[in-house]
Design a protein around this ligand. Structure first.
Ligand SMILES: Cc1ncc(COP(=O)(O)O)c(C=O)c1O
Length: 401
């Protein structure tokens, strides 16, 4: 049945510390909870161009893998930023502006420049592999503020140009992602800029929590899907998106939650190692991977309590699996609609294909004909050159949802 699908090895760890029967406690709810997700949803739904991203059924792939249903939450069609990160950085910028103004300013008022005298002096800074920086730059421009975005030496020129197009001042720094995070924090402290990081490593958890509250909107959009999924696959870099999905399912569904499976590159497996150990693992010395946006060496401490309590399994994959999944999704085989997924976006499809073909992992995850699997495809062709080289043609124009 799956003979002509690509085969790749997959590593699996079961989380021995899942604790979803207990409701989230006060410390967890201070980071994010359903009320925070609802607030983020109301806010983001008021922005121009908002529409829920589609949940695309792939019955051909489900048949081929011997599963009941496969559905892709296509974040490649999120605003015109083509990734779920549009929800996080920009939302944090909006909330932090309101905190600085000490007033509730609507998105429309900020966009119309009614607060310009105050907002034009606010500078938001962040480090990024690509997508998060785009969101911060977009939010800063949309709400009348400025942004400075730090990128490391491996961030492609196309990703840099895409962030600069939103008006950010770009700073390329030597070394890897972790180095760019450190330099961004130092420069922000020196210049009085406001840091909007997606990880809370080494900094206060407030801004990273707001980022995750924005991310929670993508899960909220599919909360009511019927029949309910049995499995949800989500990729992890620092773990922010996975934590937001975990937090949502934990509070909304408790012990009835679908099984939550986190997907990582083997070369950047910080969540895998942490879940195996039951505590945040030491930072990886190297985390470079084809899945560019998952290239994180350390779990975000603000994400960790949700990952530990409400993630069931972690799967780690080789880079080649993601490239094959990009081609599979782009082709639209067996009558399935084609999906444009970037190298990090395709990771969950790659994981499902690999796990379904490995008898042990398939059994361990409880995958079978009754399974209804939701895969978060977190980005479209956010690096068009990489998509073109991998798939063999230029990415098609983005379709609005
Ligand atoms: C496309 C894409 N997928 C997945 C992730 C991983 O998210 P997180 O770092 O919150 O785990 C990111 C992070 O920016 C991303 O841009």
């Amino acid at each position: 049945m799956t003979a002509d699908l690509p085969r790749h090895p997959v590593r699996h760890v079961r989380n021995a510390y899942v604790d979803r029967a207990r409701p989230p406690g006060a410390a967890e709810r201070a980071i994010m909870d359903l009320a925070a997700f609802e607030r983020a949803h109301r806010e983001i739904a008021s922005w121009p161009g908002y529409a829920p991203t589609p949940l695309v059924a792939l019955p051909g792939l489900a048949r081929r893998l011997g599963l009941g249903a496969v559905m892709v939450k296509d974040e490649g069609r999120r605003f015109h930023l083509e990734s779920f990160t549009a929800l996080g950085g920009a939302y944090a910028v909006k909330r932090l502006i309101e905190e600085r103004l000490a007033a509730s300013a609507s998105a429309a008022d900020l966009r119309d420049g009614r607060w310009r005298a105050a907002t034009q002096n606010l500078v938001f800074a962040t480090a990024t592999d690509g997508n998060h920086g785009r969101s911060v730059a977009w939010g800063a421009r949309m709400f009348g503020a400025r942004s400075v975005v730090f990128i490391h030496e491996n961030v492609s020129a196309e990703r840099e140009a895409a962030i600069a197009a939103f008006g950010a001042e770009m700073r390329r720094v030597p070394g890897d992602y972790d180095n760019s995070v450190r330099i961004a924090a130092e420069e922000a402290a020196k210049n009085g800029w406001i840091i909007v990081a997606d990880s809370s490593v080494g900094i206060d958890a407030h801004a990273p929590s707001l980022v995750m509250q924005g991310y929670g909107v993508t899960m909220a959009e599919i909360d009511a899907v019927e029949p309910a999924p049995t499995h949800v696959f989500v990729p992890a870099g620092v773990g922010g998106l996975a934590a937001a999905v975990a937090a949502h399912l934990w509070e909304a569904k408790g012990a009835e939650s679908p099984r939550l499976v986190v997907v990582e590159p083997i070369r950047a497996d910080c969540v895998f190692r942490s879940i195996a150990a039951g505590e945040i693992a030491a930072p990886l010395a190297e985390s470079d991977t084809f899945m560019a946006c998952l290239a994180a060496g350390e779990v975000s401490p603000a994400a960790w309590p949700f990952l530990r309590a409400a993630v069931d399994d972690v799967l780690a994959l080789p880079d080649a699996a993601a490239a094959d999944a990009m081609r599979l999704l782009a082709a639209g085989r067996d009558g399935d609609p084609p999906i444009v997924a970037g190298e990090s976006g395709a990771a969950t499809t790659a994981a499902l294909v690999a796990a379904s073909q490995d008898a042990d992992v398939r059994a361990a995850l409880g995958l079978g004909p009754a399974s209804r699997v939701v895969l978060f495809s977190t980005e479209g062709a956010t690096d068009p050159a990489v998509w073109r080289e991998t798939v063999g043609r230029a990415p098609p124009p983005v379709q609005a949802p």
